[in-house]
Design a protein around this ligand. Structure first.
Ligand code: PHE
Length: 454
């Protein structure tokens, strides 16, 4: 006999916005976005990214929030409820699987930021250090990244085990504004470095000759990753909305805040990269190599470095919480597991699944996929394949199975100044699926082709 149980909800409008923005704003903005832009031509990538956010990201954000608030269920349960006795729940399962995969490597990178907090405090950021060497040394060492990965997963488990309201909401209300202010300070510092102008040119003057199918795929993948879309995180967070909460404006606030922080991340990084003579296409190490160099040069660098890596870790934590929450909500809703048990068991399994991603830098360094190391492979498959696929299928589901009219009615049930019009249905039915399908096709084709060409 299944017992009915109380499902929590967000206590206030801002509680939801900040939690959802906390999910969206994370390593994706400050670590992943700048290095992808650096690898893909800078300004041209930024422009394409912004177009993806408007035409694909925002409509899908609404899509997920509506499905969540309508059903008050985790992704699997939501699809089951809206289309009983059909295989559509598999889309929800794909999301749960994607959350699982993303968190397993996300926690490794978040662990790097924890390690850098430590390094900063013990005085490793001194001028003249070879920061590229320091970063490579860290990620290729065996135990250190594993230990920090464990610490980070432990923190994530702790918060998720505690539930929706206690902790998360209060924490994000203080920490998100703090992150914003600190980013402003860093931008100020980066822009005043001698030689910063070259970085601004790179970031703001587009050169479209660099654009390939893979660039487009990376931009779409990044839009999904950064907005936490395509795996049901926003279905899950939306499921804790009260029926009196509105959707269009809340969704716009989350998308706007996330985009703002990503764009700001680029302003903190590229001027510094060029001023200090680093390669903008350095890949995943970009943030961890250039920012320490900036801190080493600036007065009060230890203090600012400490704050920055702490806030990076916190931004990562508020995202990791949402990743684990999706998987936990599925076990709690569908299989009636106690929340604490679900959080602990899943957290430990995800920790183990993540290990190969760090071992790929040492004992498993011989293992590659299409020329990528293991962490990049986890990232590519979840970010560039699973999330866009999940978004594509969810758009088709709402567009053609549940129906955009039903979704619109649900979204506009409580509508503020902002309403979801027919333009939204048009985007969901035609623009979003066609764009995602085409970009995924060409992106994967290009990735394989350029791999074969060596
Ligand atoms: N959006 C988060 C970030 O930018 C990552 C994330 C992806 C979180 C998918 C939840 C779901 O760091």
């Amino acid at each position: 006999m299944i017992k009915s149980y109380e499902r929590e909800s967000w206590a206030s409008r801002w509680g939801f916005i900040l939690a959802a923005a906390g999910s969206a704003i994370g390593l994706g903005n400050i670590w992943r976005f700048p290095y992808l832009a650096g690898e893909n031509g800078g300004a041209a990538f930024l422009l394409i990214y912004l177009v993806c956010i408007i035409l694909i990201g925002y409509p899908l954000m609404i899509n997920e929030m509506v499905v969540g608030r309508k059903t008050h269920r985790n992704p699997v349960g939501a699809f089951r409820e809206l289309a009983p006795n059909t295989p559509w729940w598999l889309v929800g399962s794909l999301g749960v699987l994607a959350g699982f995969t993303i968190l397993s490597f996300y926690s490794i990178v978040a662990g790097w930021s924890l390690a850098y907090i430590y390094k900063t405090v013990v005085g490793a950021l001194t001028p003249g250090t070879d920061f590229a060497g320091m970063f490579v040394g860290h990620i290729t060492s065996l135990w250190e990244p594993i230990i920090w990965h464990a610490v980070f997963m432990g923190l994530t488990i702790l918060v998720v085990a505690g539930g929706i309201n206690k902790g998360i909401q209060r924490a994000v209300q203080v920490l998100m504004p703090l992150l914003f202010i600190l980013l402003l300070v860093l931008i100020g510092r980066a822009l005043t470095l001698p030689g910063a102008g070259a970085g601004l040119t790179f970031y703001l003057a587009p050169d479209f000759s660099e654009i390939t199918g893979r660039t487009l795929l990376s931009a779409v993948g990044q839009a999904f990753f950064s907005l936490s879309l395509g795996m049901g995180a926003m279905i899950t967070y939306g499921s804790y909305l009260r029926d009196k909460d509105e959707i269009a404006g809340n969704g716009a606030a989350v998308v706007g805040l996330d985009t703002l922080i990503a764009v700001m991340g680029g302003f903190a990084i590229f001027p510094a990269v060029f001023a200090l003579g680093y390669d903008p296409a350095a890949g995943p190490g970009l943030t961890f190599i250039t920012l320490p160099a900036v801190f080493a040069e600036m007065s009060g660098g230890v203090f600012f470095g400490f704050l920055f890596f702490t806030l990076l870790a916190i931004a990562a934590l508020t995202s990791a919480i949402s990743l684990l929450e999706v998987v936990v909500a599925w076990l709690v809703d569908q299989h009636r597991w106690p929340r604490v048990r679900a959080a602990v068991v899943l957290g430990v399994v995800i920790f183990l699944v993540g290990l190969p991603a760090t071992l790929g830098y040492n004992v498993l360094s011989g293992v590659t996929f299409l020329g990528m190391d293991l962490l990049d492979t986890y990232d590519f498959i979840s970010g560039n394949i699973m999330l866009p696929l999940g978004g594509l299928l969810t758009a088709i589901f709402v567009g053609y199975v549940w129906g955009t009219k039903n979704a619109q009615a649900e979204a506009n049930k409580v509508a503020g100044a902002f309403r979801i019009g027919d333009w939204w249905g048009f985007l969901i039915r035609y623009v979003v699926p066609v764009a995602i399908a085409a970009i995924m096709f060409f992106g994967i084709y290009d990735t394989i082709k350029s791999f074969l060409a060596g």
